[in-house]
Design a protein around this ligand. Structure first.
Ligand code: MN
Length: 752
């Protein structure tokens, strides 16, 4: 028998359930396990050895051993780990063979693992995000599959240096960092996460890591003495205190130097000098009960001084992955700071093994089960929010912002429950994170006891109380889509509108579309307008096989609840519009000359001015207004033409019935003579954070846009409005600038 398997087998037979002498695995279980090993060994006997030179079977056995190491004590899981590569790498084994021999559950797990390993994690962001989603979806069916996958990946990472191709090593390391590390973190399996991260960073930046190694090696002996001294001091002092208080407690103290990736992140990513990293040394104190944690907190202060404002209480406010501990930063006489983590054994179990720690106790201790269920519910919610997303782009954005381990804040509920949100999330996002129903009935919020606006950006440690309306039927407002930043909250709001208000959505959408017709596509009658709408929907592949009338309704409804934006249809609409208008204009605008790139119906040598109220630019629909000429002339003669956008408020809706219908003339852009510089208008709504104006003007500068005027108007609600007149060459140019501005943090809306 392979020695690695013999060791695994021995460990399995020794395992007992907590607080009992009952063996975890029965003799019958061991027969199944052995069967799986011999089956896998035979199946892989034809495979080439691993890059390390070892027989292939050592890999699945190592993966199973890793599961035991994190105490993922589940027979199906161990068997699936032993069999995880047989479908992929062996031709003569089928899914059916496995189901018949090892049961449906194991069969499905192995199928899931095979699918996961076949996913092609290409380098494009998109492919990666989609794959992450598939992984999450498969996790929902049986999250043990992901834990096995993580074990598989960890063993592959441990043997990564045997891989002969540098290119492949980098790809695998990068993939580990982007996908497996965040998932291990989400499941709270620190033992896996940290090792994956450390091996990956060493592969990705060997030089940076060598620098850290050299720095650590320089005073290695001193470091060990330092850590040892603190541990001894703490152990002696705490045991003494426990003995005095009559508790016979074997207080456990352990110490370590921060992980490679942890130091790397602080030093290279956050740019801190080595001596500025306060938690390079961590000492862990593990006790029996939560009360003892608080006692230890006090006793630690008797021998060391605390560095203020660095204390974190994850006991009252656990991290979303279930992590609990007290963290404080202390210093002794030698002025070297170190972190002290205080936790119970139970917290320690979850901190190290995460969801696997819960799993271990699923049959032993009922109370733990609720933690597991909460964890699974959270994962389920995350997946649901991706499933309902309207486009792949949304999914990519959602996954990138939600899974990325950086840039998170942890505000807490009045009960002390922490919610993980991305940086920049508002109290409204928080309300939705608490519960969908709380979000929908949001009426206001108190942050740290004070009323805060819905747009307030929550910070770690903020105590956020959500006030809700008693009216159960009241739902969200469409404006909220501008306030929330997390994809989950956006999806929840949209879904509400999608489900609850179809009729209203259709009307809202129709209004939007009609408004667009009236403002920017005036030269078309109703049937022409419907024609070009249909053509654009075709081109956008919108519900191609649906009947025309239903399709239009669905389109209106989607616009209405915000699932689609009118904005994304405008470029194609304009394009189609131009095709029609060009034909019409050739007939209508007979006598023309052009000035400043504008032709006006029926006027010679007209002088064109652009209206200051609406700043038209090429691609806008425009209309001319005859200004008065010299007063000395008795006759009214055109002195020139002011060009407005047709959507301008100063243009009458119903020109034939307006006071001076004859002064309004058709006008259009002459693409041949249109020059480069037109003054466009842009209005930016912001939440008035410091430095925001500089960021906005930075966009102009970066895009080489000349600014001819810029004004800032503070609003009474604490927000502000920036009005800028800038030189652009067309509406699409202005659109592009608008989009860039919209991406600036703190910008809530951009109009023009
Ligand atoms: Mn494998």
């Amino acid at each position: 028998m392979l020695p690695e398997y013999a060791a695994l087998r021995k460990r399995c037979t020794e395992l007992c359930w907590p607080n009992t002498n009952e063996a975890v695995f029965t003799p019958a279980d061991m027969v199944r396990l052995d069967d799986a090993f011999y089956f896998a060994e035979a199946a892989h006997s034809t495979n080439k050895p691993r890059h390390s030179g070892e027989p292939y079977i050592t890999h699945p056995v190592a993966a199973a051993q890793l599961l035991l190491d994190i105490e993922m004590i589940d027979l199906d899981c161990l068997i699936a780990a032993l069999l995880h590569d047989v479908l992929e790498d062996v031709d003569h084994v089928s899914e059916q063979d496995i189901c018949t021999r090892f049961g449906e559950t194991v069969g499905q797990m192995v199928v899931g693992l095979t699918k996961l390993s076949k996913l092609n994690f290409a380098t494009q962001e998109l492919a990666q995000a989609e794959n992450v989603m598939k992984m999450l979806l498969s996790m929902l069916r049986d999250f043990r599959v992901i834990v096995v996958k993580l074990a598989d990946r960890l063993h592959n990472m441990r043997t990564l240096h045997f891989h002969p191709k540098e290119q492949s090593r980098l790809r695998i390391a990068n993939e580990t960092m982007l996908i497996y590390v965040p998932i291990a973190d989400m499941l709270g399996i620190r033992l896996f996460k940290e090792e994956l991260e450390d091996i990956a960073i060493r592969a990705l930046d060997p030089h940076g890591c060598a620098e850290i190694d050299a720095w650590l090696a320089a005073d290695k002996a001193q470091r060990q003495i330092f850590l040892q001294t603190i541990q001894n001091n703490l152990r002696n002092h705490l045991s003494g205190r426990f003995a005095e208080s009559g508790v016979h407690n074997n207080v456990h103290v352990e110490g370590r130097v921060k992980s490679m990736h942890g130091i790397y992140r602080k030093h290279f990513t956050q740019g801190r000098g080595f001596e500025e990293i306060f938690d390079i040394y961590a000492v862990r104190v593990i006790v029996e009960s939560e009360e003892e944690c608080w006692a230890v907190l006090g006793w630690v202060h008797q021998i060391y001084r605390e560095i203020p404002k660095r204390q974190k209480n994850y006991i009252s406010s656990p991290k979303p992955n279930g992590y609990q501990s007290l963290h404080l930063t202390m210093v002794g006489d030698d002025k070297i700071p170190f972190e002290v983590q205080i936790r119970t054994w139970e917290m320690h179990e979850i901190a190290e093994r995460g969801v696997a720690g819960h799993w271990k106790y699923k049959q032993g201790i009922d109370a733990r089960q609720t933690g597991l269920e909460e964890q699974l519910a959270r994962i389920q919610e995350l997946i649901d929010s991706y499933r309902d997303a309207d486009s792949v782009e949304d999914v990519v954005a959602a996954i990138r912002s939600d899974i990325s381990p950086m840039e998170k804040v942890y505000p807490v509920t009045p009960k002390g429950e922490a919610k993980e949100l991305k940086l920049g999330a508002t109290v409204l996002d928080f309300a939705y994170a608490v519960h969908t129903g709380v979000g929908h009935r949001f009426a206001g919020a108190k942050v740290n006891g004070r009323i805060a606006p819905a747009t307030y950006q929550v910070q770690s440690g903020d105590v956020v109380e959500i006030l809700t309306t008693a009216d159960r039927d009241r739902g969200p407002s469409r404006d909220w889509l501008q306030v929330v930043v997390t994809s989950q909250a956006k999806t929840k709001i949209r879904n509400w509108f999608k489900k609850e208000r179809r009729e209203e959505n259709i009307l809202t959408g129709q209004k939007l579309v009609d408004g667009e017709h009236r403002r920017n596509f005036t030269l078309l009658d109703a049937s022409q307008w419907e024609d070009i709408l249909a053509r654009v929907l075709d081109r956008k592949q919108f519900e191609k096989s649906t009947a025309a009338a239903t399709r239009l309704e669905n389109f209106y409804a989607a616009l209405g609840y915000g699932g689609l934006s009118m904005q994304s249809f405008l470029p194609l609409l304009r394009e189609e519009y131009q095709k029609i208008v060009r034909q019409q204009q050739e007939v209508k605008l007979k006598k023309i000359t052009s000035d400043k790139g504008v032709v006006v119906q029926g006027i010679d040598n007209c002088q064109v001015k652009f209206a200051q109220c609406c700043h038209p630019v090429p691609q806008d629909n425009i209309i001319g207004y005859i200004t008065r000429g010299s007063v000395r002339d008795a006759q009214l003669r055109p002195g020139g033409v002011t060009v407005h956008r047709t959507s301008c408020l100063n243009v009458p809706h119903d020109i034939p019935n307006s006071p001076e219908p004859d002064r309004w003339l058709q006008a259009a852009w002459d693409t041949n003579t249109a020059s480069n510089d037109y003054l466009g208008n842009i209005i930016v709504h912001t939440n008035a954070r410091t430095g925001l104006l500089a960021d906005v003007t930075g966009v102009f500068k970066h895009m080489h846009v000349d600014v001819s005027s810029l004004q800032l108007f503070p609003q009474s609600d604490g927000s502000s409005r920036i009005c800028a007149v800038i030189a652009v060459h067309s509406r699409s140019h202005l659109d592009a600038i608008r989009q860039k501005i919209h991406a600036v943090k703190g910008v809530t809306q951009v109009e023009y």
